[in-house]
Design a protein around this ligand. Structure first.
Ligand code: GTR
Length: 331
């Protein structure tokens, strides 16, 4: 929950104005209102999951606690919202693991190429002790890692030509998140990686600053990038999940009972998010295809081989390596 002065001191001017009440439709959050940020649009499954947490909080506390979600990147890039959450200027932020790999090296293990065999494997690993230990490892520097959300399998898409094998990406500028691992992965797959934040991708595609990007179906669909990048290659190269961070400072300010309630609701939101996700992913895929996106099967083994050196490099870190081996045991 926000104190106006603390907020204005700790963040970029535009975002501060939005949060502190300068935003035309928002107004200052009333007392007892948590603030949360997400780069996705209002009806995206991650945003809906946070909204659900807020609704349940309001229900269970008779309106004493609630949530205001700043969606669509209103507060800024994921890396910025992580900092705001660390300092308690934001209470919750939902980010992808891609935004964490440079800050928390161990987190990179979940983004590495072909770590998970499929969705079942990912959910099994994250729901079990591996996930529990990872959340604990990431709960530091003023942040509490509350739960994982699904993000499907990332694939490469572009506006130039169909891609079947890594060689087809030669000479193509492919946008990646601001993460060393994603840079290395795109490079290993034969592309010229171009790091940009999520909100910049549509315009970069439209103006041909980049030829393509890599992401999941709901992101291609919700950002309308499918209008400018119609070749989708089923590389499934990374299943980098989402993470909900809560500010440690915000949690500490609560009574033990309220703290337990918040953490419990975050855990419980995972099931509802997954139901939404499964539906949304299928609908996004169908919508993009109906709007002209052409899907190509790829030589997955060739992509796996091409990205093996990346795996090797990043698994030289003993912490990542330990988690990697435990994840593979769940396959
Ligand atoms: C999406 C993810 C976002 C953001 C984005 C990106 O799949 O949900 O949080 O990280 O990818 O590529 O920047």
């Amino acid at each position: 929950m926000i104190k106006r002065r603390q907020l204005l001191g700790g963040m970029a001017a535009g975002a501060a104005v939005a949060l502190a009440g300068g935003h035309a439709q928002a107004g200052a959050p009333p007392p007892g209102t948590f603030t949360a940020s997400d780069v996705h649009v209002k009806d995206y499954p991650t945003v809906q999951a946070i909204q659900w947490i807020g609704e349940q909080l309001a229900k269970e506390t008779g309106g004493r606690l609630s949530m205001r979600v700043y969606h669509s990147g209103q507060i800024g890039r994921e890396n910025d919202t992580i900092d705001l959450t660390r300092y308690g200027a934001l209470d919750f932020t939902r980010v992808n693991f891609a935004a964490l790999t440079n800050i928390f090296p161990v987190s990179g293990v979940l983004t590495l190429p072909y770590v998970f065999d499929d969705v079942g494997h990912m959910r099994r690993a994250l729901d079990g002790t591996v996930g529990k230990d990872l959340l604990a490892a990431l709960s530091q520097r003023g942040l509490v890692a509350a739960c994982f959300y699904d993000s499907g399998a990332r694939c490469i898409y572009n506006g130039r030509r169909p891609v079947h094998e890594p060689g087809d990406l030669r000479g193509m500028k492919i946008r990646v998140p601001l993460s060393d691992i994603f840079m290395s992965m795109a490079q290993a797959m034969g592309a010229n990686p171009t790091p940009l934040s999520f909100g910049e991708v549509f315009t970069a595609l439209q103006t041909h600053l980049i030829d393509g990007a890599e992401n999941n179906w709901p992101s291609l669909d919700s950002t309308r990038q499918f209008e400018v990048a119609r070749h989708w290659a089923e590389t499934h190269h990374s299943m980098s999940p989402e993470l909900l961070f809560i500010s440690e400072r915000s949690l500490r300010a609560l009574t033990p009972a309220d703290r337990d309630l918040v953490l419990d609701l975050a855990t419980r939101s995972v099931t509802m998010m997954r139901t939404l996700w499964d539906k949304d992913e299928a609908a996004a895929r169908a919508h993009c295809i109906a709007n002209g996106v052409q899907v190509t099967e790829v030589d997955k083994d060739a992509f796996r081989r091409a990205t093996e050196p990346v795996l090797k490099t990043y698994l030289a870190d003993p912490d990542r390596n330990r988690f990697y081996r435990r994840i593979r045991q769940e396959a």
